[in-house]
Structures are given as C-alpha cells and as structure tokens.
Write a protein of this length. Sequence first.
Length: 277
Amino acid sequence: MEVSVGALDGKVAVVTGAARGQGRSHAVALAREGAAVIAIDICAQIPSVEYPMATPDDLAETVAQVRGVGGRIVAAEADVRDLDALRTVIADAENQLGSVDIILANAGIAPVGLPDQDSVRQFNDVIGVNLVGVYNTVTAAVDSLIAKGSGSIVLVSSTQGLKGTGGQGTGASLGYTCAKHALVGMMRNLANWLGPQGIRVNTIHPTGVATPMIQNEVMESFFAAADPSLFESTKNLLPIPWVEPEDISNAVLYLVSDTGRYVTGVALPVDAGFSAR
C-alpha cells in the first residue's frame, strides 16, 4: 500500500537508535513525510558489544540527512536503559517540536558472543537495551499520546522474536532472542491497554538488514568460523542475504500513518520469507 506524500505532516516522532542503520533510515523516512523527529542514540560503546557502535558524528549525519529532506529534528545522546535521561530528553525536545505522536523504539544491540566475553554480562546488556530500553522509551513518551487520544507505537523486534533458529545458548544470542520475543508480549499488552484510547501498537520483525550492526568485521569473522549449519539456519526463503534499511522504513511508514489506521496488535514480518522456512 502506498503512503501519501506528507502523510505525517504535523506529527512528532521519537526514534531511538537513530544515529545510523535502521534508526537513521526511519528518521529520514518519517521526516520526508512531514514528521518532526526526536532522534536519540547512546553514541558510545557498550563494553560487551564486540563491533563498533555509533558515534556522535553518526548522529550528526542523521541530523544533516533529516534537515536535507526539509525535516525538523532535535537530537540527543542518551542511553535507553536510563529512564530519567529519556524523560528529560523527550520533554526538552517536545518544548521545541511539540508533543509526541509516534514512538519508534528501534535501539538495539546484537553482541556476537565471542569466547573471551562474559556471557552473563552480555545477556544482561542485551536485555537491558533491547527489552528494558524499549519499555523505557514507551514509558517516557506515551503520556503525550494518551493526552491526545491518538498515536502509533512501533517496537522493532526481529525474526528472532518469532523463531529461535540460529541460537547457540550463549548470553549474547539467548539474550537477543529472549528480548525480541518479549517485545511481542509487550506489544500485545500495550495494544490492549492503549487501543480503547485511540493508540495503535505493533511490532515489526526484520530479517538481517544491511546495517553496521551486521555488516562489520566482527560479525563476518564470527560467521566464517562458525558451524555451516548456523549460517544455513539464518538464510532467507527469497534468494537475498539481507534487506535494506529502507525496506523496513517503508513498513514503519505504513504502520504509523493513516494508511495503517486500523492495524494494531500485529507482529509484522519484513523478512524475505525467513519466518516461512
């Protein structure tokens, strides 16, 4: 379904993990359709994550790209595990842009689980960012939607939120799968709570996306050294290795715009058939 140009005029969207990858793509796509963007990213390295994470320069590039399509944006560095920090950032941004209409909880990490890592710490860090961080993001912004009696929330899960294939029982992979599955339960609870108040809540489930989170030397070395069955278990049904960030952004636009105005409580795969295998 097509989303009309300017479909989000006058809306304000919170996007976490906005410095690069999917988050940047979502921020630019929302801005292109008229939404003002509150872009949040930690812009720092979490020690248990083996690949390089986003930097302040990455977030500055997101700001430049949003402004390049004519969008308004307020960007801030904050850790989604810190609820008070999120509340402060969002409140300050709302004073500049207006109250929030769209919550896009996108921030996430995917540690590989190398032998020299503390498996327990990786599990806790993944749960902290990918699950608690999503709860914090919704908690910090949802009152604005409730006050309006309208709005849309999208929680970015994964194909690993629908299937457990490829799991190795390490703190990294186990934590990732647990967190992404839990987002479906969170979505369904929120959808039932907020639906009568005019607010829609959905999850989106990408397969591998061509972003720095999976296209990096650490991830490439890990898969090169892993049992071939691990790679086989993560293949898509369609003959492509991954999708592009824009493919996920297109689905996000559908879910948050009036094109998807009656869609709520849905776990939407954008996975090149991965879940059908």
